[in-house]
Design a protein around this ligand. Structure first.
Ligand SMILES: [Zn+2]
Length: 298
């Protein structure tokens, strides 16, 4: 049985930022151009690092350190990887299967900057300490929670612009976000969401012209709704089915309108009171609405 036959246990859903772990696989990180030094892919039995998702790369991988035997090495990225019956590590786009494929395990590949004189074998089987850059993690969590709130506030404000009812979100509003989203990018303290406004959205029953006409009022109402939600200070949790990376996870949040729940693989705040505000800016074109959401810490 390969050392990588167990999926990596991930501790980020509980907000963990450091832990000890055992290295189960290490190899040169070919195809990464993240730093000048020699990069290694290091897989451990468990980790606090959140890896970027290879199919929906909204939140980037955590950065931090890996310490072993008196050395402290930089972790410059954390990627989603998988290993199947052949025991070969496939990273990111090389993963050929879905998460529930029998015989495959999903893993966090830490991209570790190793000094030139350090053989990969030095880390094989080692007990290491993994620590996430907590300031960056926190800024990403702020932005990710803000991004989910923005999507729900936007769905709520746009509810009357649908002529036919599409699927609804967790608060019962037509789910503009899910129907129209093209790309979501989480950065420290801000997110950028791109929504398509073309023919297929019109055909789905959405009144694009009404949105364009009311854009500033939509923006103001969305910000006002976000302000009310932050004021209420609801609790945020990440629910999981199992501790391994491949498990399904949901962001849940107490809002004045009721409990919100969205499938999500990212990291989040513990409480909306950690935010001071969320500011929203729109850029609109013929085919696209781009929403910039900026978080401010309380
Ligand atoms: Zn999310």
């Amino acid at each position: 049985m390969s050392a990588m036959s167990q999926g990596t246990v991930v501790l980020f859903p509980q907000g963990v930022e450091s832990c000890t772990a055992r290295v189960v696989h290490v190899q040169p990180a070919e195809g990464t151009h993240l730093s000048e030094g020699t990069n290694l892919f290091v897989v451990t039995d468990r980790t606090p690092f959140h890896p970027v998702d290879h199919t929906w790369p909204d939140q980037p991988g955590d950065e931090g350190t890996l310490s072993a035997g008196g050395r402290s090495l930089r972790v410059v990225d954390a990627l989603t990887a998988a290993s199947g019956p052949d025991g070969v590590l496939r990273v990111g786009a090389e993963i050929p299967v879905r998460r529930n494929e029998p015989g495959w395990s999903f893993l966090v590949a830490h991209v570790v900057e190793a000094p030139g004189d350090m053989p990969a074998s030095e880390l094989a089987g080692a007990e290491v300490t993994l620590a996430v850059d907590s300031a960056r993690r926190r800024a990403l969590s702020m932005a990710h929670t803000g991004c989910h709130l923005m999507s729900l506030a936007l769905n709520g404000r746009l509810r009357d612009l649908w002529k036919k009812l599409p699927r609804t979100d967790c608060l019962g509003n037509p789910d503009f976000d899910q129907v129209a989203i093209v790309e979501s990018r989480i950065m420290p303290m801000q997110s950028v969401d791109r929504y398509r406004l073309g023919k297929s959205l019109r055909r789905a029953g959405f009144d694009v012209a009404a949105l364009t006409d009311a854009l500033e009022s939509v923006r103001e109402d969305v910000e006002e709704r976000l302000g009310r939600w932050i004021e209420a200070g609801g609790r945020v949790t990440i629910e999981t089915e199992a501790p391994e990376l491949a498990s399904r996870r949901w962001w849940t949040c107490e809002l004045p309108e009721g409990p919100a729940r969205i499938p999500c693989g990212g990291t989040h705040l513990g409480n909306l009171g950690e935010l001071a505000s969320l500011a929203v800016r729109f850029e609109i074109g013929e085919q696209e609405l781009v929403v910039h959401t900026t978080a401010k810490q309380a």
